[in-house]
Design a protein. Structure first.
Length: 235
């Protein structure tokens, strides 16, 4: 299974607080954010990684290649308006088979990813499997409601109160790329809108609950994430 990593965000809220590093290189408990993602990828036994970084960032590719020589990287340097467009930009590298998609925003125990992939593999015919978490410390979480069969029935405000939100990593079938043109024509501005579109179009999207994940978007999130890491990823 190939891995796609979206590392093209600008980290505006972190920059506003005086943190000048590219977001993937911002340190949490002494390690760059992207290292937590790559550690989980390596621990899951995956090797091929396609990563998009924005044109204004520097040092990310060099760091990844030096710190993770056991992984095979393909980098695309392009500034995109949204995580959705970042995914679409990676699509030529991910069209061969099911793939894992991650951002560099989420911190979770390395074993969480392996467990998620095992669960996702049981959904062999699904168009998508979303990791879901019940730890909610995000100002704009994407709520998800899941039916008895594990299929997601609602995403967004209609699912508020479900107790579950998306955790920031996913397994997708490349058939979702058939919707790229429709998504662009609809002028979607975020990945969450694309996910909602897939649901509305009848794509089979499932959810799998995973362990605690901490989303790092704001300066105050760093302290929460560091406490999580230093507590051996326990709540």
């Amino acid at each position: 299974m190939k891995v796609g990593i979206i590392a093209a965000g600008h980290g505006e809220r972190l920059r506003a607080a005086g943190i000048s590093e590219p977001k993937p290189l911002v340190r949490v408990a002494g390690r760059p954010l992207i290292d937590y993602t790559l550690h989980a990828v390596a621990a899951a036994g995956l090797r091929e990684v396609a990563c998009i970084v924005n044109e204004l960032s520097s040092g990310i590719e060099e760091h990844c290649r030096a710190a993770w020589p056991q992984l095979e990287f393909s980098f695309i340097r392009r500034t995109t308006p949204s995580s959705m467009e970042s995914l679409f930009t990676l699509s030529p590298l991910l069209r061969d088979d099911r793939f894992l998609l991650l951002t560099t925003d989420s911190i979770f125990a390395p074993t969480v990813l392996s467990g998620f992939l095992t669960a996702a593999n049981r959904r062999a015919n699904a168009h998508g499997v979303l990791a879901l978490a019940d730890f909610i410390d995000d100002e704009k979480p994407l709520w998800a409601r899941v039916g008895d069969d594990g299929r997601i029935t609602d995403l967004g405000t209609g699912a508020k109160g479900s107790g579950l939100i998306t955790a920031g990593f996913y397994v997708f079938d490349p058939r979702i790329f058939d919707e790229i043109e429709a998504a662009r024509q609809a002028r979607f501005a975020a990945l969450r809108q694309f996910l909602g579109h897939l649901l509305e179009r009848g794509y089979e999207i499932y959810g799998e609950t995973v362990g605690k994940t901490v989303d790092v978007d704001r300066p105050e999130d760093i302290a929460v994430a560091e406490a999580f890491v230093r507590g051996d990823f326990r709540t």
